[in-house]
Ligand binder design. Structure first.
Ligand SMILES: [Zn+2]
Ligand SMILES: [Zn+2]
Ligand SMILES: [Zn+2]
Length: 128
């Protein structure tokens, strides 16, 4: 039986769906219209990830970001099968559509990936 969504859960998933980029916990807290404590937000995020509505990104800066799941998500992958890009200029993390290709020596089988590249995003590299 699908678990019923609370009002707070709906607010968080709607925020993630509205945002073009992934959000950190602090970013979510700042953008939510209703006030929720950190623990509640953590609990909701974990549940959204468990339910396959959002995915967690551990970026190369060591922080966690969350993005809503889109059509290009492959749910048997930890990072849902696509790359993430962290822009060091505007400090945004985005989902990058497209396949992740590995060139590993024989004998390795990849089950999960969590790859975040960093640098300047499209908008920022144009300005620089
Ligand atoms: Zn996903
Ligand atoms: Zn940027
Ligand atoms: Zn993503």
């Amino acid at each position: 039986m699908p678990r019923r969504k609370t009002k707070s859960q709906t607010a968080v998933i709607e925020l993630l769906q509205r945002e073009p980029n992934a959000l950190s916990h602090d970013g979510i807290t700042a953008k939510l219209e209703e006030e929720m404590d950190r623990v509640t937000i953590y609990r909701i995020l974990n549940r959204l990830v468990e339910d396959g509505l959002a995915h967690r990104i551990v970026a190369d800066d060591g922080r966690q970001y969350f993005a809503s799941c889109k059509q290009n998500c492959e749910h048997d992958h930890e990072a849902h099968g696509h790359l993430h890009f962290r822009c060091v200029v505007c400090d945004q993390v985005e989902c990058v559509p497209g396949d992740v290709n590995y060139h590993l020596p024989n004998g390795y089988q990849v089950d999960n990936s969590n790859i975040t590249l960093s640098g300047s995003c499209q908008a920022c590299s144009k300005n620089g």
